[in-house]
Design a binder for this molecule. Structure first.
Ligand SMILES: [Zn+2]
Length: 155
């Protein structure tokens, strides 16, 4: 019993699954952000009127001056691909029918950005610096979540 074992099959053990559920609330800023997507079809950010910094994802407090942020503004419609990756497998390592392009999208005058899918372009044509615009779900299908933006496409 005191000798070290390095292969997990050598241990006496039970096998099984533990069901886990969780609830992660979006918070006050997140709720306004998701409401903006659902009801207005707009990507909303918070703005510090003192530092003139616009935050995306929205924050409740300015990171620079710690002022409470209650000023909201839509981000510009056009974003820029800051970096991207192309996924050929899903989370389980299974091959995808089509590669998925995932990008960090930044917006002029906005601190931060969004990570989202890029579509309506071939993977080999994606470039850092390319401008993209969001494609929203039809309004009656939106649920107040980031996937209310179906993807971004070249503008
Ligand atoms: Zn500030």
């Amino acid at each position: 019993m005191l000798e070290k074992k390095f292969v997990d099959q050598e241990f006496t053990r039970w096998s099984g699954d533990i069901p886990v559920s969780y609830l992660y609330t979006s918070g006050v800023a997140g709720e306004q952000f998701f409401t903006g997507l659902k009801n207005k079809g707009k990507i909303m950010a918070t703005r510090c009127t003192k530092c003139r910094i616009v935050y995306l994802p929205p924050r409740l407090f300015c990171e620079r001056c710690l002022k409470k942020l209650d000023s909201w503004a839509p981000v510009p419609k056009k974003g820029t691909i800051t970096t991207y990756t192309i996924a050929y497998q899903d989370y389980q390592g299974q091959p995808l029918a089509e590669p998925v392009i995932l990008a960090l999208i930044s917006f002029k005058g906005v601190h931060g950005g969004l990570i989202h899918k890029i579509d309506e372009i071939l993977p080999e044509e994606v470039k850092v610096g390319a401008t993209v615009v969001p494609v929203f779900e039809d309004k009656n299908k939106r649920q107040g979540r980031v996937l209310d933006i179906k993807y971004f496409k070249p503008s």
